[in-house]
Design a protein around this ligand. Structure first.
Ligand code: OAA
Ligand code: MG
Length: 519
């Protein structure tokens, strides 16, 4: 009987090139995603090697924007079990379900979604699992977290999206989402079971609907090691971008950082999360709370959010204005004329909401306005980069200069936060840690990136960036007395940075021919 063997001449480097060629031969992004996912199942080591060697090409496939499409289509493209589903029907025996995960004692990071607000795409139910998988791929690529210590989880609690309930191939439980009481009871059991089964775990909440995102962060943040990526990760990465953008902008106006007036277009978990992060940063700069708060304005689909509006959702109340009693301001251009912001941040999922009028109004008020169209995936962005550049800014500020777009995505931040949290064995993820992560990222621009006028460093340096962020996170955990790994306190910064880099997992680069020879 003949046994299938690898040809002995098949070196891993050849196979790497072969896989890359197959990946590149697909012209449709979703096909590329399916190919990569298959490769991960067949040869995870090679998958991560390819990812690390080709980050800028592969990240938009494994992560936003293509991962959004993979989620939308997940029930139709599903090939193999990956990650963990915990269903509402598992209530009462969630611990047993979690304990079925192989090598539970290796678990260090879980990304948990309930699929209720995937990116800006809405309630995708059980189709949301790829978002947890994609975020964890970035933990591996960006911070060198060991693949076997990552746990992607989707809570399968039903969906309120009729299209999925009617889809015969829908992969999840076919029911509407539970009531708040039912969901809270489920979440309490789930979180307790998580900490019992995986005692060393950090939990990242991802893409929960806005109300639940805030509620569960408040409910669990001091009981377990958890953070919410959409509130705190986004808050941190946008604070970082804001610090650098304000520096570029004040080159034109000389305005101190804390003197900005910021208009948030969009008041969901990301919008309010970023607003709170900026507020806390301003107060740390010495601006009194009420004054810092008065510099932040929020807008939702109904217009400028004012405190007198009836039925205002809980998370919108904090920034609701009490100093405006004119007729409701609903149009963005009118709101800009009233507020006179120096920065306009879009987290609305309203495509092209930053019209030429809006950009013109902002540039009439500021020599170099800060405009962050942040809605995700890219087809929902408030403004195309090319359009922003083409709008009539002061010609001196662009002229012949080459302008490069950056992406204020939380992927810059969460891998470093996770790595720092794991290494320090922090009890909680504090606001101070999130803020120090932002400051570390903002100060990571190298000379070339500074000279190119970038707001964010280049993604190709993500491991170096994550190491610096992790260092800042560890130091802050120490400062607040949250760290259980006291040994790290004895290390000087340089040595700690070295240790962090040494701890990063690398794919094996051994040649397949070697393993073939052993067959
Ligand atoms: O995943 C991303 O690209 C950013 C994010 O968390 C979101 O949009 O929900
Ligand atoms: Mg998210």
């Amino acid at each position: 009987m003949s046994v299938a063997r690898f040809p002995p001449y098949l070196a891993n480097t050849d196979h790497h090139q072969r896989c890359l060629a197959q990946f590149r031969s697909k012209s449709v992004a979703l096909e590329k995603y399916i190919y990569l996912d298959g490769l991960k199942g067949r040869d995870a080591n090679l998958f991560y090697e390819m990812l690390l060697g080709n980050m800028s090409e592969i990240i938009p496939i494994l992560y936003t924007p293509t991962v959004g499409e993979a989620c939308v289509q997940y029930s139709h493209i599903w090939r193999r079990p990956e990650g963990l589903y915990v269903s509402i029907e598992d209530k009462g025996r969630i611990r047993d379900v979690l304990a079925s995960w192989p090598n539970a004692d290796e678990g260090r990071i879980a990304v948990v979604t309930d699929g209720s607000r995937i990116l800006g795409l809405g309630d995708l139910g059980a189709n949301g699992l790829p978002i947890s998988i994609g975020k964890l791929d970035l933990y591996v690529a960006g911070a060198g977290i060991k693949p076997s210590s990552t746990i992607p989880i989707c809570l399968d609690l039903g969906t309120n999206t009729q299209r999925y309930l009617d889809d015969p191939l829908y992969i999840g439980v076919r029911r509407l989402r539970p009531t708040t009481e039912e969901m809270d009871a489920f979440m309490d059991e789930f979180m307790q079971a998580m900490s019992d089964v995986f005692p060393k775990l950090l939990v990242q909440f991802e893409d929960f609907s806005t109300d639940n995102a805030f509620r569960y962060l408040d409910r669990y943040r001091y009981r377990y090691r958890v953070f919410n990526d959409d509130i705190q990760g986004t808050g941190s990465v946008i604070l970082s971008g804001f610090i650098n953008a304000a520096r570029l902008s004040s080159g034109a106006s000389g305005r101190p950082l804390s003197d900005h007036r910021i208009l948030f277009f969009g008041a969901g978990s990301a919008g309010i999360g970023v607003a709170k992060q900026l507020l806390s940063f301003f107060t740390r700069l010495g601006v009194p709370l009420e004054e810092a708060k008065s510099r932040i304005y929020t807008v939702d689909t109904k217009g400028l959010i004012t405190a007198d509006r009836k039925g205002l959702q809980e998370h919108k109340k904090f920034f609701a204005r009490t100093d405006y009693d004119g007729p409701p301001l609903t149009k963005l251009v009118d709101i800009i004329r009233h507020v006179k912001p120096t920065a306009l941040l879009g987290l609305s999922t309203l495509k092209n909401a930053f019209t030429e009028d809006v950009v013109t109004a902002m540039s009439a008020l500021n020599a170099r306005p800060i405009l962050f169209p942040l809605s995700n995936p890219i087809h929902l962005s408030e403004l195309e980069y090319a359009d922003a550049i083409a709008c009539p800014y002061d010609p001196i500020t662009h002229g012949d200069t080459r302008h490069e777009p950056g992406q204020g995505n939380n992927m810059y931040i969460f891998p470093g936060i996770g790595l720092g949290a794991i290494l320090s064995r922090t009890r909680h993820i504090s606001d101070g840690m999130i803020e120090q992560a932002a400051v570390a990222l903002a100060s990571s621009l190298d000379a070339e990136e500074h000279a190119s006028g970038l707001v964010y460093p280049r993604l190709g340096r993500i491991r170096a960036l994550s190491a610096r962020i992790a260092l800042a996170v560890v130091r802050q955990a120490q400062k607040e007395g949250l760290d259980a790994n006291r040994y790290l306190r004895t290390l000087a910064d340089e040595d700690l940075l070295g240790l962090i880099q040494d701890k990063m997992w690398q794919p094996r680069t051994t040649r397949r021919a070697v393993s073939a020879a052993r067959l």
